[in-house]
Design a binder for this molecule. Structure first.
Ligand SMILES: [Zn+2]
Length: 58
């Protein structure tokens, strides 16, 4: 089954940097600037700590 939006642009909750993350990551995704966790894996779609700005690739 194809996910409609495989990538998400997420805003870091700590420094507000926007970055692109895979929507179904195998491991936690950290902010490239401050290192805060912005997405955690769940086995399916990631649980986001930051704000979802938009989806890409839909
Ligand atoms: Zn950050």
């Amino acid at each position: 089954m194809r996910a409609p939006s495989p990538f998400w642009v997420v805003k870091c909750p700590d420094c507000s940097t926007e970055q692109t993350v895979f929507s179904r990551p195998a491991s936690a995704v950290s902010c490239s600037v401050c290192g805060a966790t912005v997405a955690t894996p769940t086995g399916g779609q990631a649980k986001l700590r930051g704000e979802l700005v938009r989806s890409l690739g839909g």
